[in-house]
Design a protein around this ligand. Sequence first.
Ligand SMILES: [Fe+2]
Length: 247
Amino acid sequence: MYEDWTEELPIGETAEVSPGVIVERRCFLTTIALALGALAIPATATEKLATDERISYEDFLKEVIPVAKKLVADTSLAGQHRYLLTLASYAVRIADVSVPQMRDSGQGAGPGTFIGSNPGGDPFIVIHWRMEPGSIIRPHAHTYGNVLTLGLEGEIRVENFEMIGVRDFDAKGTFKARKTQSQILTPGQVNLVNLERDYIHGFQASMRGGRGLDFTTRIKERRPTTPYLNLSGKQVETGVFEASWAT
Ligand SMILES: [Fe+2]
């Protein structure tokens, strides 16, 4: 959603990520293990990863911020993936987070979409969002901040797109856009917006509605407006649509 507030390897297999520290393998463990090894995270942090215990939001921030600060500098495609997946490995363990006061998102295709904020820190901000049953957040591009979206409640379909060819947020007229992801975001599920991939996302709430968090990290020069993706509905080939930008 907003860029700026002012705007699972077979389960059960294990791997040793540092001497004496054994963790259970999950989908993106290799990336995480490499990241942790490279960062020489204190043993207490890695030991905690070996458990399924939930952590408070405050402990989440305390643990993840030092790691995020070390990974955020690499803004390459691979660097952003490493950053977002590492952030995700901590975020999925959050036990609970308070629901802040919310206002209309301003990004809905109609009423029923709301945003507020929870404390974040350097280098990311945290947007807390809620969607009423059947509501829609229009697909929009993230141009300067990558995003980790975490589902907390309900069921939301999230779709990602990207431009085919050279990325141009000032493109006039029509261009081709590819749908790169389409998934159901349920509690504990994550979706990534890497500024090099999947950088356009939109949300459609199920009849149950839903709620979640967006961890947004600004890594590029801010743009004054958010480009919204207009899809003509004309599918020129499987998963490829004629599209244009709107504000
Ligand atoms: Fe967004």
